[in-house]
Design a protein. Structure first.
Length: 100
């Protein structure tokens, strides 16, 4: 199934992106190419492939980068110390997503 400009607009809307008409035309073949590749991957027979929680395993010669040790974290006052605005023990930030 080939994608349409309507599909690109829909995906952009889901991602809260405002695209120009030129960007829609430019991204259409790129998005279509990605989805075609995913479709190819979906055709692979993975019935005998064991599920993995992660790609690298310590047993495979990938030692951890550092030992896991508990460390003192920041206090709330220290964490909020450089905040331009705070309230109720939290960072205050401007609203960035407004939907009509």
């Amino acid at each position: 199934m080939a994608l349409t400009e309507k599909d690109v607009r829909y995906v952009a809307e889901l991602a809260h992106l405002e695209l120009t008409e030129e960007e829609i035309r430019r991204f259409l073949p790129q998005l279509d190419s990605v989805l075609q590749y995913v479709q190819k991957l979906n055709e692979l027979d993975t019935a005998r492939v064991e599920p993995m929680a992660q790609v690298t395993l310590a047993e495979a010669g990938n030692p951890p980068l550092r030992t896991d040790q508990a460390r003192r974290g920041l206090t709330q006052d220290e964490a909020l110390g450089n905040s331009p605005e705070q309230g109720g023990g939290c960072f205050k930030v401007p609203k960035v997503i407004e939907r009509e």
